[in-house]
Design a protein around this ligand. Structure first.
Ligand SMILES: [Mg+2]
Ligand SMILES: [Zn+2]
Length: 233
């Protein structure tokens, strides 16, 4: 059976709400919305947008932790992770959000063993924070904090297929690099327009239902040729 490397967006896909926006709503002055509008209008990339927004946060670590303790994930996600591992496939969280927030939320669901590739939220002074972008790419066409297309390309492996599960603009580019996409929200329209092989899902309950067909090779039409595993041994 073909193994799959599954890349999973966090905000709006695993988490119910957009975690970064909820932190800004609570702890930043309204100017963060100006940056958000510039990003939505395509004037700045998400790296510049989020660096500016994170610099506006005025919150202690305790206040941030308290806020994160109230945020929930899709209730079917833990079962999806179990099914993926039981099938011998891997799953990574690929996010253009904040690693500290993602890890804190996943820990509550005992999912902190999952690898997380995301931007870093780093303390810079009391109540002050800054953004680091270890997964940015100088060639990123849209100036993302985390260039998910570069991350998706890195997942390409002669023996694995890549599945992307995502919902929004930060997933558009990576969707084009994946062998198959489980798409939510705005990503559905994007996949339709760009003729990217996908199934639309409402949440991980649907993804669990699709997994057997995916693993059996019944969903994707191969766009890359995989080497048979035996050939390299
Ligand atoms: Mg998202
Ligand atoms: Zn990119």
């Amino acid at each position: 059976m073909t193994q799959w490397n599954i890349l999973c967006d966090f905000d709006g896909t695993i988490s119910v709400e957009d975690v970064t926006d909820s932190l800004l709503d609570r702890f930043a002055p309204p100017e963060w919305q100006v940056l958000e509008r510039d990003w939505r209008a395509g004037k700045i990339g998400s790296a510049e947008c989020m660096a500016g927004q994170v610099a506006l946060l005025d919150a202690s670590r305790e206040e941030i932790d308290d806020h994160l303790a109230g945020l929930r994930i899709d209730p079917a996600f833990p079962q999806f992770v179990e099914a993926v591992f039981a099938a011998g496939s891997t799953l990574r969280v690929v996010s253009d959000g904040l690693d500290y927030a993602i890890r804190a939320i996943l820990r509550r669901y005992r999912l902190d063993h999952l690898p997380v590739l995301a931007n870093r939220l780093v303390p810079s002074a009391p109540r002050r924070w800054q953004l680091e972008t270890p997964f940015s790419d100088p060639h990123c066409r849209i100036g993302s904090g985390h260039c998910k297309c570069a991350s998706a390309v890195r997942e390409h492996n002669r023996h694995h297929r890549v599945l992307l599960v995502g919902d929004g603009a930060s997933d558009y580019c990576a969707a084009g690099e994946a062998d198959y996409v489980f798409a939510k929200h705005r990503l559905i329209e994007h996949c339709r327009h760009a003729a990217i092989p996908h199934t639309s899902i409402v949440g991980f309950a649907d993804a669990i239902g699709l997994l057997p067909a995916l693993l059996a090779g019944k969903l994707h039409t191969p766009r890359r040729v995989l080497m048979p595993e035996a050939a390299t041994r």
